[in-house]
Write a protein that binds this ligand. Sequence first.
Ligand code: NDP
Length: 478
Amino acid sequence: PVADIGVVGLAVMGSNLARNLARNGNKVAIFNRSPEKTEHLVVEHPEAEFVPTFTYEEFAASLARPRTAIIMVKAGAGTDAVIDELVRVFEPGDIIVDGGNAHFPDTIRREKAVRETGINFVGAGISGGEEGALNGPSIMPGGSDEAWVTLGPILRSIAAIAEGEPCVTHIGHDGAGHFVKMVHNGIEYADMQLIAEAYDLIRRGTGKTPAQIADVFAEWNTGELESYLVEITAEVLRQNDAATGEALVDVILDEAGAKGTGAWTVQTALDLGVPASGIAEAVFARSLSSQRGQRDAAVGLPGPAPAEHEGFAHDAETFVEQVRLALYASKIVAYSQGFDIIRAGAAAYDWAIDLGAVSKIWRGGCIIRAQFLNRIADAYAAQPDLPLLLAAPYFAEALGRAQDAWREVVTVAAASGIPAPAFASSLAYYDGLRADRLPAALVQGQRDFFGAHTYRRVDRPGVFHTEWSGDRSETQES
Ligand code: NDP
């Protein structure tokens, strides 16, 4: 055996990851179901000195023990097929890593099944797309402590570096890594939607062109909003379409696609009872955009008068700054909700997840990488069991600074008929959390009325029910 790690699946992600591994001092065995991809990679990248293999037996024989293989194939049935093959040729103590976008319940199931053979199974979320796979992704591995001993140094060698630290940490057992990767993607949906709403409001509110708004985002990228997504937003807005000469953003069909990880995040949040409303609005906003038939059916529905509609901001620069503050505040909400999902998931699945460590490995390599994550890391360093991220002193101060502008922007959006679902729901969430009293009291009353679901009282302990269909006296339940 000559290789210290293997990669199975040599489409764009797998081949880039294999090259990254080779460049960082690993001898890499490679295998792909169709041999052409293997041959192609060897020919294209002689510098990597890959160990090409063409059967699973050959692949296993080329690996030093404990054998370690990273699977980068199409998530779902493809992953199961490859796991079956590797289990057949590997031995107890070996390590199978699934680096694809598996849903965490699948990872929990696979880990359990593979563990019974004595082989380690590690579900590892990998973020950063093709570029990240090649030059340094953010990696979120789950799996056993035993596997991490071997795997840790290898993954550290290929991960992105942020402030001198590799963007990888052992997240927790079995499905914890894919769970955290899922939430990363949910936050990514929210971040993108918030940026899109900011763009739309500025465009319609000030009449600025996409190129001028590119300048706004470039400027924002020098401050507290500094992030990869804000940076690429400026790039996209600045791009002109060669065919028409128009801004590219104006010729792209306004229907956003999705591969499902945002929906998984929201479904999981619902299952865990976590109000991840900003993330949910972002997922719904993509769904709405793609409902062409319904959008066509809604054409002509009344909206506010056109005079209030376009170019309504009397002072463009003030409005742009208000939108920036609203974006920052809503972003704090989205991250706070995301970390709540992780906290609730860790409790439900018995994972010891270090939330501060998660924020640190998202500082580089992944799509949501941002300066902002340092503030989150600081908040968890100061208080590891922080119950509510947005109430940490730094964020509470930032929200206090932003809230007037945030309210103004949501008001203007509603008055002008501009959809800003993520801005608005984030603000409603913030106000809901802050409220002294919520109308949930009335909801409990209604529930008790029609379903005898009972209620608790503010003034004494116990569980109560009003005899709604009788004399309306109150009884205390035993
Ligand atoms: P694809 O998801 O397009 O999958 C193609 C690869 O899967 C090929 O190597 C293919 O082999 C292999 N494959 C499919 N079915 C089987 C099977 N039944 N048995 C063996 N091999 C099979 O590749 P990507 O590189 O885009 O992504 C790989 C993984 O990484 C996916 O899980 C994806 O979700 C995840 N990911 C992708 C990102 C991206 O930006 N693209 C970002 C982060 C994660 P063959 O050549 O023989 O067809």
